[in-house]
Design a protein around this ligand. Structure first.
Ligand SMILES: [Zn+2]
Length: 270
């Protein structure tokens, strides 16, 4: 599932292509992904992209005429940039025709992704955007600690809660806890001031590494041109249950927190 680093990687790739570009026509091949908005395609036609923004795991394309296109990749969505004459991808769901015969493609095997067109001033009332916490990549240490202090629960669950901070999913939650040396099964009220601060630095470091590596690709994520990210080669714990810890050699443990598999080292993480 694309998390903050994968969505940021996508944002940085589409930004130079989309800024100032105009949607000529839009083909919706899966109407459920546009929430069956019958005017989706016709409303987008002729609109020009003014700015591209990422909020947590959402991409926001701010358009002319005070409209914003919200793209949420969900479990398996990704964006691709193709030429109009290129062979169709297997799971093309929405085709946005741009200038110079370029086509931005919303590809999604599971069709859980969403493309929503709203007046820009209504964006914050959309789904989770209104209740979303500060971005996990830019939240300050003070704000992160203050917010964490107010939360009660299992650390892993809190990290995944987008109203705490936005953008962290299963991969980067487990990786951040390992880097911080903190067990993700701990209750948040047991964390010390020092641990909260260490965790904040670990989150930033882990997300920045993910972005430098152009995202984590297991099966579905790839960049705009179909090239996979490289971060999966550098993961410490995620997906490594039963394997030796890269730091101390102890066999990594796994638990389930809020229905999400969680992997950690019983020696390195207290
Ligand atoms: Zn270890």
């Amino acid at each position: 599932m694309p998390e903050l680093p994968e969505v940021e990687t996508t944002k940085r790739a589409i930004e130079p292509v989309l800024l100032g570009n105009t949607f000529h026509t839009v083909e919706v091949l899966r109407p459920n992904m546009t929430l069956f908005n019958k005017q989706f395609a016709s409303s987008l036609a002729g609109k020009t992209v003014r700015t591209v923004e990422r909020k947590g795991k959402y991409l926001l394309l701010h358009l002319t005429d005070s409209l914003t296109l919200i793209l949420h990749l969900k479990m398996s969505g990704r964006l691709g940039l193709r030429h109009i004459d290129d062979a169709a991808l297997t799971y093309e769901r929405i085709r946005f025709h741009l200038h110079d015969n370029q086509v931005l493609i919303f590809n999604d095997p599971r069709t859980l992704g969403r493309a929503t067109l709203l007046p820009t001033d209504a964006v914050m009332s959309y789904a989770a955007l209104g209740s979303m916490g500060p971005d996990a990549l830019t939240v300050t240490g003070q704000e992160f600690s203050d917010r964490l202090k107010k939360r009660r629960g299992i650390l892993k669950s809190v990290l995944l809660n987008q109203s705490f901070v936005a953008g962290i999913g299963n991969i980067y939650a487990d990786e951040s806890c390992f880097v911080a040396g903190i067990n993700p099964n701990r209750r948040t009220e047991t964390l010390t001031d020092v641990e909260r601060s260490v965790l904040h630095k670990a989150v930033i470091e882990t997300l920045e590494k993910g972005i430098r590596n152009m995202g984590t690709s297991f099966s579905d994520f790839s960049d705009l041109f179909g090239k996979p990210g490289q971060n999966q080669k550098t993961l410490f714990v995620y997906g490594r249950n039963g394997k030796p810890c890269l730091a101390c050699g102890t066999v990594l443990s796994r638990s389930v927190v809020g229905q999400r598999g969680t992997v950690w080292c019983g020696e390195c993480q207290i």
